[in-house]
Design a protein around this ligand. Sequence first.
Ligand code: CA
Length: 250
Amino acid sequence: MLRMKFAFLTDKGCVRENNEDHVGVFVPLDEGKHVESALLIVADGMGGHQGGEVASRLAVEVIQRTCAEESVLSYGESLGRAFVAANKAILQQAGECPSLLGMGSTATALLLSGQDAWFAHIGDSRLYRLRDDVLTQLSEDHSLVAEMVKAGLMTPEQAVRHPNRNIITRALGSDAEPIPQLTGQPIPVKAGDRFLLCSDGLHDLVSDAEMLAAISGSPPETACHALVELAKERGGKDNISVIVAEISET
Ligand code: CA
C-alpha cells in the first residue's frame, strides 16, 4: 500500500501587497494518519483590485466541491468537469460585480488515489514529478513564450529570460470554454515519487535543478520552506506558492 505526506506554503513575497495565489490540500476525513488519497490545487489569480484573490479562491473552492460531489470511479473526467464549473463560477461572479470584471486564475490540480494520479491544468502554474532523481514537468505552460518555443520561434533558454514570459494564453475566467490540459489515463504512482505544484512566483526565480535538490533530500515541509525562502532571497517579486507530496510504502 502507498501512503502520502504533504506540505504546502503560500507567501505574498517581498513586493506585492496581496497574495493572489490560493492553495488547497484536501484529504478525506476518515483517512487519519495513513493518507491514501488527496486532491492538491495551486491557483494564481489575476485581475485588478481584489479580482485576483477572488478568482483563485473560487477556483480552489469550486474544483474541490465539484470533485467531492463526483463518483470516485471517474476521477479524470471529474477534474475536467470541475474546471468547467470553476470557469463558470468565475465568469458569473465577474459579471455580477463590475470591480471584478476581467478576473481570472490559473489552476493546477493533482488527484492522487492509491497507485494512480490524474491532473488537470490551465495557465502557467506547474506540476512536476520527481522519480529516480529525474524531475519532469508534467504540466505544459499556457504562456506566450511556451507557444513561441513550440512554434520554433524561440529557444527554451530565451524563454526563461524573456520580458514577456509572464503573459499567459489560457486561464479560468478568460474564455467561455477554456481548454485545460487533462490526463486521459491515470498516471501510475509508485513509492519514492514526489510531486511538486507551484505558482510562477516560484518557478520564475528558482530553477528546475534547485527544485530537484530541495525536494529530493528533505521532508515536504522543509522543502517547501527552503523553496519559498530561495525565491524571496531573489527578490520575491510575485506571490509564491508550493505544495510538495511524498509517496512512500506503508
Ligand atoms: Ca503569479
